[in-house]
Design a protein around this ligand. Structure first.
Ligand SMILES: [Zn+2]
Length: 190
């Protein structure tokens, strides 16, 4: 047995003693507590899981792609997690939700003016539950870091003439001249 996930059965209690990062369920199965590699100590009849999982904590920054914009939340697929110094600590793949109340400190009339499907967003983790990150994009660090024109899919440019000190900004498509709005991060690429 190699790589295991939390909850995966490793052996039965009759075969082995459970050691690090494992537990015994009510049916006498030894299961893994962590993502990691199984280690079997045949001499002492012990089974454990070697875990190198990096801890992901509230306050860490994430980057992800918008997969859905609903009435009350934005859905993301997360593919990068950064520590507080901005160093990439994991390319963990997971899912995140940004509730409408967590998008911006500015007044947001329409959630569709904050992000669109395919945009890349930087945010900060508020909490985690059952494999889902709750993320905030409030503040100038957070928001869309790359956005695409919904008409022609070209990279949008943030209007530098206006809204300089606002989280919600006017965006212009250099290709077709389309105007849209986004909740923009100061790290916006365009
Ligand atoms: Zn365009």
């Amino acid at each position: 047995m190699g790589f295991v996930l939390p909850g995966e059965v490793l052996a039965s209690e009759e075969e082995y003693l459970n050691a690090s990062n494992t537990y015994v369920d009510n049916d006498g199965n030894i299961r893994s507590k962590r993502i990691g590699k199984t280690k079997v100590d045949t001499e002492n009849k012990k089974i454990s899981v070697m875990s190198k999982t990096i801890q992901i904590l509230p306050g860490d920054a994430i980057e992800g792609v918008v997969t859905g914009v609903r009435d009350k939340m934005i859905m993301l697929t997360v593919d990068k997690v950064f520590d507080k110094r901005g160093k990439e600590k994991s390319n963990y793949i997971g899912f995140a939700a940004i509730l409408v109340s967590e998008i911006t400190t500015s007044y947001l009339e329409n959630i569709k003016d904050s992000a669109k499907i395919g945009d890349i967003i930087r945010g900060e983790i508020c909490s985690m539950r059952a494999g889902l990150f709750n993320v905030t994009t409030k503040g100038f660090d957070n928001g869309v870091v790359l956005a695409f024109c919904s008409k022609c899919r070209q990279k949008l440019k943030a209007d530098t003439q206006d809204y300089k000190n606002r989280e919600l900004r006017e965006m212009i498509c250099p290709n077709c001249g389309n105007h849209e709005r986004r909740k923009v991060s100061k790290y916006y690429f365009g």
